[in-house]
Design a protein around this ligand. Structure first.
Ligand SMILES: Cc1ncc(COP(=O)(O)O)c(C=O)c1O
Length: 457
């Protein structure tokens, strides 16, 4: 790392009086201020706080920093673009990096997802995808198709439409009523099937039953199904291989657009460029964000099929253009960062690396089973979750009040490892550049942290 950080005065940064003006995401600020974490800089897979304490980034910030921190190629690309053109008028013009980026995305996405709308954040992408689906049906003779089917435990963003698709109670009840026209089904949680079935005898009932919902609602009212290929908030919900082909088929038969929310799973995370490749299924609309710029600047987008795109071509007087936009969509600096990230992912074969290091991380996490509290390890590539249980034989859960997973995650953070955690699980999604030695450090810290929590139970 470069020389110690000197630009800021830590005493002022950590002063409650300075911090009380701030609101973090989904955090009780009164508690945060009592023990604040202020990150000063980062390099590779390591963060450093204002005290100089190093924290291993086992979560890529929040599933974002795919190419790692301090990547020179991305930084230089951003600097060069800032020197050339920082902003282009989004209503009247585009710019060279934006054109290059949409062409590259058309190349790397599966199937004929050849049309790309650039945006700035994941919620913008899921909102745009659902609006695109509704407008598509209006312009192709099906104006009554407006309902969106999503899944419980899913998360699609914080804005009102994305939140309406979200199926995670604690993120949305505070803001209800959410928008009408959103329905939810159970996700494919085979380890704890809500239908009390067992895979593979179940014949993937959780996917097939979505057809019944479409039929009961009336196919003429259903516009889209939106899913995360691997769901984060439910605890790295990983479907069996048949799930998405079944979903694809039933969506086709009912003229329902399939939307993949790949905000987390895109750009190599699951071991292929997109989880659509990993699960061998091409959606009609693919939402991307996070790893798209590795967090260096805000960047997101949607890519959609030729069939969908064709409904939006016409003459001005036809008024069929996509009636949607955001000020920072297609920003040249963001696009330049996205191009540099794609170069890194390709040249360093970060998809292959996610597979290789993911397999290593998984094999190391298996040793956690010796502690007697691991129910299931699941995920793909470098997106892996561990579900904790009181009894691995019966799958009995810990009392939710204990918040076992939260305790493990918080202890790990104190011990120098950032993870994603919930009452019943922890998840790992480090930068794809992580080495085996760094994975060893991750697993050692998490092992010690589980032991510490067990001792205190
Ligand atoms: C799957 C998924 N979709 C959408 C979003 C929303 O993205 P953003 O926070 O960039 O608006 C997130 C954010 O975590 C996400 O995980």
């Amino acid at each position: 790392m470069p020389e110690p950080f000197t630009q800021w005065n830590p005493a002022r940064l950590l002063d409650p009086e300075s911090l009380r003006h701030l609101v973090l995401d989904l955090r009780q600020m009164q508690t945060f201020i009592e023990d604040p974490l202020v990150i000063a800089r980062a390099d590779g897979v390591w963060y450093e706080d204002v005290h100089g304490r190093r924290i291993l980034d086992g979560l890529s910030g929040i599933f974002v920093v795919t190419v790692g921190h301090g990547n020179r190629r991305v930084i230089e690309a951003i600097k060069a673009q800032l020197d050339t053109l920082a902003f282009a008028p989004p209503l009247h013009a585009t710019n060279p990096p934006a054109i290059e980026l949409v062409n590259r995305i058309a190349d790397i996405t599966p199937g004929d997802l050849n049309t790309v709308k650039l945006l700035s954040g994941g919620s913008e992408a899921t909102e745009a995808a659902m609006k695109l689906a509704r407008q598509y049906h209006k312009q192709t003779g099906n104006p009554t198709k407006y309902k969106v089917i999503a899944r419980y435990h899913g998360y699609h963003g914080a804005t009102m439409g994305a939140l309406s698709a979200t199926g995670t109670k604690r993120r949305k009840t505070m803001f209800e009523p959410t928008l009408p026209g959103f329905l939810h089904v159970y996700p494919p949680t085979c380890y704890r099937c809500p239908y009390e079935k067992t895979y593979p005898d179940c014949d993937v009932f959780c996917a097939r039953t979505i057809e019944e919902m479409i039929e009961l609602e009336g196919p003429e009212t259903v516009a889209a199904v939106i899913v995360e290929p691997i769901g984060n908030t439910g605890g790295i919900v990983t479907p069996p291989p048949e799930y998405f082909p079944i979903l694809r088929d039933l969506c086709d038969r009912h003229n329902v657009l399939l939307i993949f929310d790949e905000i987390i799973t895109g750009f190599g995370r699951t071991g292929q460029m997109f989880a659509a490749h990993t699960f061998n299924t091409t959606p009609d609309i693919l939402c991307m964000g996070k790893g798209m710029s590795s967090g260096y600047v805000p960047l997101a987008g949607i890519a959609f099929s030729d069939r969908v795109a064709s409904a939006f071509w016409g003459r001005d007087e036809d008024a069929v253009e996509f009636s949607h936009g955001h000020t920072y969509g297609g920003n040249p600096v963001a696009a330049a960062a996205g191009l540099a990230c794609l170069d890194e992912i390709r040249e360093r074969d970060l998809c292959g690396r996610a597979r290789e290091m993911g397999a290593y991380l998984w094999s190391r996490l298996e040793s956690l089973r010796d502690l007697g509290v691991v129910g299931e390890i699941r995920g793909k590539g470098l997106l892996i979750g561990v579900e904790f249980v009181k009894d691995p034989v019966t799958k009995a859960q810990f009392d939710p009040a204990i918040k076992f997973g939260v305790q493990v995650g918080k202890t790990a953070l104190r011990n120098g490892l950032l993870t994603r955690f919930d009452p019943h699980w922890v998840a790992f999604a480090p930068p794809l550049i992580i080495t085996k030695d760094e994975i060893d450090i991750m697993v050692d810290i998490v092992t010690e942290s589980v032991k510490e929590v067990l001792v205190k139970l």
